[in-house]
Design a protein around this ligand. Structure first.
Ligand code: PMV
Length: 321
């Protein structure tokens, strides 16, 4: 049997509201960023033996055979999880080509996007139609190898490719924004470290539990109000809520002078609201703009040190289960 090549993609993501508090059980809102994508292509290796699988990622000069990979290697975990799910011991010989336009270590979900695109491609290659839920669950297992204890928000928003309200140990909800919201994502150029930022918050929470629990509850309240603002199309309120969320992110110690500078510039140049996104201490800021000022806000961010910006629009979409 000749198998055709398979190509899959998965978007980047950003957290609009609720990062860090989500680790302590509060809700958070995440949205896909389709302007940046991870891509996986699988080519059959005709004539080779099954399980003869080679992973190639030219952008990072990576080339390795499945058989020589450590059993904890995230790419190997993806393949092993798909095999386990399908209850097969052999996988057809192939070359797996990975590429991405998502900047790494900047809170945009680069590892989760690779995991989702890879799991999806591995299923497609053997002709199995996996649901988004299955793809998300298996990608989570790959994320555990990348990150330790992820909350699960990244693999979920990326696999479903829809805005979501996410809360640990609960079913997530899709959010349907009304009208259009224009968002600018600007990179400080400082690499954030999610593990360090999360463990720093944990230390401070242990020393000052009551205070931090209050902060997290307040962030949770902001998240619920933001969901409503998105659903009724209230940009001004949504912007104010971003500023309010940023205030608490400062209090829990995850901001950074480079983030504060870009936030200030964005607000001075007509941004309706701005905050860090993801783990913080570097990485990206997100800015809410009206439909007119996004280009000038983006230019002023670049002029004031942002490495790059992504301009995206959140619009109502249909849901696919
Ligand atoms: O920096 P990112 O995009 O990986 O986001 C981390 C978000 C946290 O809430 C800080 C951690 C998590 O696992 O949800």
């Amino acid at each position: 049997m000749i198998m055709p090549a398979t190509i899959t993609t998965a978007p980047a993501k950003t957290i609009l509201f609720g990062e860090h508090a989500v680790v302590y059980g509060q809700p958070a809102i995440a949205v896909p960023v389709n302007e940046r994508q991870a891509k996986v292509k699988i080519f059959p290796s005709i004539g080779s033996q099954s399980n003869d699988i080679q992973f190639i990622a030219p952008q990072v000069a990576f080339k390795q055979d499945y058989s020589s990979m450590d059993i904890h290697h995230p790419l190997r975990i993806a393949l092993d999880e798909v095999k386990k799910f399908l209850d097969i011991s052999d996988y057809p010989a192939c070359k797996v080509h990975l590429s991405s336009t998502i900047p790494i270590s900047s809170g945009l979900g680069s590892s989760a996007a690779i995991a989702v695109a890879l799991v999806k491609a591995l299923f497609n290659f053997v002709g199995y139609q996996a649901s988004n839920k299955i793809i998300s669950d298996l990608a989570y297992k790959v994320e555990v190898e990348f990150h330790g204890t992820p909350s699960g928000i990244d693999n979920t928003v990326i696999a479903f490719n829809q805005p979501i309200l996410y809360q640990k140990n609960r079913d997530f909800e899709f959010i349907s924004p009304s009208g259009e919201f224009t968002i600018i994502i600007a990179d400080t150029g400082i690499k954030g470290n999610t593990k360090e930022a999360v463990s720093g918050v944990r230390e401070r929470w242990q020393q000052n539990t009551k205070q931090y629990e209050e902060y997290f509850v307040k962030i949770g309240e902001i998240v619920y109000q933001a969901k409503t603002a998105l659903e009724i199309g209230d940009s001004n309120h949504l912007g104010n809520l971003m500023n309010a969320n940023q205030e608490f992110l400062r209090k829990i110690g995850v901001s950074h002078p480079s983030l504060e500078k870009l936030i200030e510039i964005a607000l001075q140049n007509g941004g309706l609201g701005a905050k860090l996104c993801g783990a913080g201490q570097g990485g990206n800021v997100i800015v809410l703009s009206d439909g007119k000022h996004f280009e000038s806000i983006s230019a002023s961010l670049i002029n004031n040190g942002a490495l790059q910006t992504i301009i995206m629009s959140l619009a109502k979409e249909t849901h696919e289960e």
